[in-house]
Design a binder for this molecule. Structure first.
Ligand code: GLC
Length: 499
């Protein structure tokens, strides 16, 4: 059997402790899957205020000393396990930085202090390992907020035990990079030499994601198509040159889903469970969904569901802009769940006011309603402008809710286009992020629903029979870790020979 590894996850959010986006789901579910394969997985994250899932955590008596530049800072370490797993979870208490409930805004209410908040997390992750006397084989970082950790490993830690650890950086979303004033370097206690264009510097500022990418042993992103897109000027958020240079070290691994939470067979949050063979419960879910959104309870009308952050990335302005046309031309219902940009929230609530019983909007976050919408709808609308992986479409397919997606990133890699000729596919895909393209694709789905019920049944069955289990993705991550460890060890031998 392959050697078991010691893996440290460094992350700003982890499901089910606290979640802003899909990153949290990935860290939680991947950690669980790796533990099940026998690895020693530990997770470090901030202890934000009001975390209910960690009531069982216990604080250490002595503080963790964190070596920031020119000063020592302290964190209190709280220990527990990731719920539903034996992965060890370390929560860092630091009231000035993490004493608010929000992840990406600290108690000051000012995002400028994210430089300090996440430099602290990046550094504390390293100091924690020494404090625990536990040196990981791999440190797995997630997005910009953990970007300094690989830089420390390559600089301040080189001649210390932690310098042996390999690093892996997973890119969940290139839109957020963590740009800060260059004085971040001194604050973080990094050598000035890291502030250069082949490193942390970008247009005169410090870019945490760039530094992290540059210094990581291996880089992953969350789908093969996104791995290609980020090497182009359109998708790379200014970092495409760096990513192309490192293309040999970059792989795309599609996210899995946590099937203990998202599977109609076992889902406890929906009114009736169902399976691909016994679909009856889906009708119960549809009726409950219609009631929850104030829609006419009618099994014959197709429901198009949305569960999303209402952000530019997700392309839901396209849906809002065709709302009136859809209602005028098609015999359908729409149910939108999400929060985000105020102008979009406004547009959707106006549509709901104009079309009572046909257009429903719930502008809030509710995990229960997310499950009900995913389970009860006939179609799942996801017109993303870009989508590194996307989880919503995976959940939807699992529940036999056919995704309608734009041809981008992980959406292409996971949804198979409907073919009327072959009666095959798992969803509906369109190319251009335009209102018309979405309108005609929803029209296509609508006509399939009414005119080709046999195809609907086939697509639903194919969608539900897909496997999105984490095991397969987790084993690809294990390969990446092993390669990273080998590369790091070879580099280490070379450095020793030089010095
Ligand atoms: C980000 C991406 C999303 C991806 C998730 C988890 O939220 O926008 O596409 O599924 O991270 O990797």
């Amino acid at each position: 059997m392959a050697r078991k590894m010691k893996i440290l996850m460094v992350a700003p959010e982890v499901t089910p402790i606290v979640k802003v986006g899909g990153l949290a789901d990935v860290v939680g579910a991947l950690s669980k899957a790796l533990v099940e394969s026998g690895h020693d997985v530990r997770i470090v994250m901030p202890k934000y205020s009001g975390l209910q899932q960690v009531d069982s955590a216990t604080p250490d008596a002595q503080p963790l000393i964190v070596q920031m530049g020119g000063h020592e800072a302290y964190a209190r370490v709280w220990r527990t396990e990731l719920p539903g797993s034996t992965a060890k979870l370390y929560l860092l208490e630091h009231n000035q930085f993490y004493g608010a409930t929000s992840v990406y805004t600290g108690p000051s209410g000012n995002q400028d202090d994210n430089a300090q908040r996440f430099a602290f997390l990046s550094r504390a992750a390293i100091d924690l390992c020494e404090y625990l006397d536990w040196i990981p084989d791999v440190v797995h970082c997630h997005d910009w907020s953990t970007g300094l950790t690989p830089i420390y490993l390559n600089t301040t830690e080189l001649n210390k035990p932690m310098g042996r650890a390999a690093s892996v950086m997973t890119l969940h979303n290139m839109e957020h990079q963590g740009w800060f004033h260059r004085n971040l370097v001194g604050y973080a206690g990094l050598p000035d030499s890291v502030f250069r264009s082949d490193g942390l510097e970008s247009m005169g500022e410090a870019n945490m994601l760039k530094g992290g990418i540059y210094h990581s042993t291996k880089i992953t992103t969350v789908s093969p198509t996104y791995a290609k897109e980020i090497q182009t000027s359109d998708g790379g958020g200014g970092l495409h040159h760096l990513l192309s240079q490192r293309c040999k070290d970059l792989v795309g691994v599609v996210n899995g889903i946590d099937e203990t939470e998202w599977d109609p067979k076992v889902d406890t949050l929906i009114p009736e469970k169902f399976t691909v063979r016994k679909l009856g419960g889906k009708a119960t879910c549809k009726a409950a969904l219609q009631a929850a959104y104030g829609l006419e309870v009618n099994p014959a009308v197709p429901v198009f569901g949305v569960v999303s952050r209402l952000a530019n990335q997700k392309g839901l302005d396209l849906l809002a802009s065709i709302g009136d046309r859809l209602m005028a031309e098609m015999h359908i219902q729409v149910a939108v769940l999400g929060t985000g940009e105020p102008s979009l929230e406004h547009d959707f609530s106006e549509l709901a006011n104009r079309y009572p019983g046909r257009f429903g909007a719930q502008l809030r976050f509710s995990n229960e309603l997310a499950h009900l919408t995913t389970a009860g709808a006939d179609f799942f609308v996801m017109p993303s402008r870009f989508e590194p992986c996307g989880l919503g479409q995976l959940y939807a397919m699992k529940y036999g809710t056919l995704p309608i997606v734009r041809a981008t990133g992980g959406l292409i890699d996971t949804v198979e286009q409907y073919s009327e000729k072959r009666h095959s596919g798992t969803g509906f895909i369109f190319d251009f992020a335009t209102p018309d393209a979405l309108y005609y694709t929803m029209g296509w789905a609508c006509s399939t629903y009414y005119d080709r019920p046999d195809d609907m049944a086939k697509l639903r069955k194919s969608a539900m029979s897909q496997s999105f289990k984490w095991d397969a993705s987790a084993s690809l991550y294990e390969d990446v870790y092993r390669e990273a460890v080998a590369v790091r060890q070879a580099a280490f031998v070379a450095w020793k020979a030089e010095s």
